[in-house]
Design a binder for this molecule. Structure first.
Ligand code: ZN
Length: 161
């Protein structure tokens, strides 16, 4: 799993996990938590087709980290994620004391795709990470992945109609 160590882009496993989430009937989002040495600590994919709409992978990662990692390991870890954190997940990330975030698609992009493909609007204000986390260390979007992610979102929203 050394491909996470030095790059700034979410590696293929994040995209593969997002596609897996879609195949399993959920929204196409996934998150991988990577230690300072480049090793993968935890992976999560979206599970919101259950009745619990809080089952975002970024939230799962923050809760796992809070329960399983000492504070210094959380602070030096990087969260690679397919979509920019929502306000709930940004807050969980900050409360858990996690470090850098690298996201592939921005909230503005995923909102645009949702609109384009006729998806339901979010009931939560669409705040960027930098408006929720004080002094956020964040990189994104990663344009190289945007067509691939747009296609996953197209499949997600056209499945509903
Ligand atoms: Zn979220």
């Amino acid at each position: 799993m050394s491909d996470y160590g030095s790059g700034s882009a979410p590696s293929p496993p994040v995209r593969d996990l997002a596609a897996e989430a879609l195949e399993a009937g959920h929204n196409p989002y996934a998150t991988v938590l990577v230690a300072a040495d480049g090793s993968v600590l935890y992976e999560a994919r979206n599970q919101v087709s259950s009745s619990d709409r809080t089952r975002h992978p970024e939230f799962e990662v923050a809760r796992w980290a809070a329960a399983n990692l000492p504070p210094d390991a959380r602070a030096t870890a990087t969260v690679y994620t397919s979509g920019e954190h929502c306000a709930m997940c940004s807050a969980a990330h900050a409360w858990a004391g996690l470090g850098r975030i690298v996201y592939a698609a921005s909230t503005a992009q995923t909102d645009g795709w949702r609109k384009e493909f006729g998806g339901h609007p979010s009931p939560v204000a669409r705040l960027p990470i930098t408006q929720v986390i004080v002094d956020a260390d964040v990189d994104g979007p990663v344009e190289a992945f945007s067509e691939e992610l747009r296609e996953l979102h197209r499949r997600r929203h056209t499945r509903d109609t």
